[in-house]
Design a protein around this ligand. Sequence first.
Ligand code: UDP
Ligand code: MG
Length: 191
Amino acid sequence: MIERTLVLLKPDAVQRALVGEVLSRFERTGFKIIGLKMCYAAKETAGQHYADDEQWLRSVGEKTKKSYEAKGVQVSEDPLEIGKRIRSQLMDFLMLSPIVAVCVEGHGVISKVRTMVGATAPSSAMPGTIRGDFAFDSYGLADKSGRPIQNLIHASDSRESAEREIKIWFKDEELHPYQRVDEALLYRKVE
Ligand code: UDP
Ligand code: MG
């Protein structure tokens, strides 16, 4: 089924001039870029994107906790509190400098793009993934500096979040469906 997903090239990707590299990976896969813009994230938009949602805040806090526990360090702080702190850091980071918002369309695009993006912490993201190839930031390094993990890119993690996030960044008229030439080959009917 044809899906749409929301990708953000975060300030570190733009500042490191990785926009073309990342976009070309999606293009070469055959996915279709149907929305693309550079902008500064307003505080309200950043707050909508990183929503004040308890379940998500807890899951973000759990990631930090697990990374410490893997190193034998016990963390007593409630994951929800950690998540709230990271959300505020993330909002500040997103507003630091221009970002690029992208809407990508294709069959199974949501999960394939997540695979191409790689694990949250670039330090453990697989080579071949965007985060694994172009960054090495870690939970520890980020925490020491009081900032979120700089991992270049955001990608929607489910149909529901894709739908919600695309609406935050793009108006309907900013999305541009069109045909790629390779669709004739991909979707041809063989008699
Ligand atoms: N993040 C962080 N520390 C954490 C978990 C998340 O700094 O312990 C940041 C990181 O930049 C990540 C973003 O918060 O990309 C959103 O977290 P999420 O769990 O949604 O990770 P993602 O889906 O981006 O891999
Ligand atoms: Mg996420």
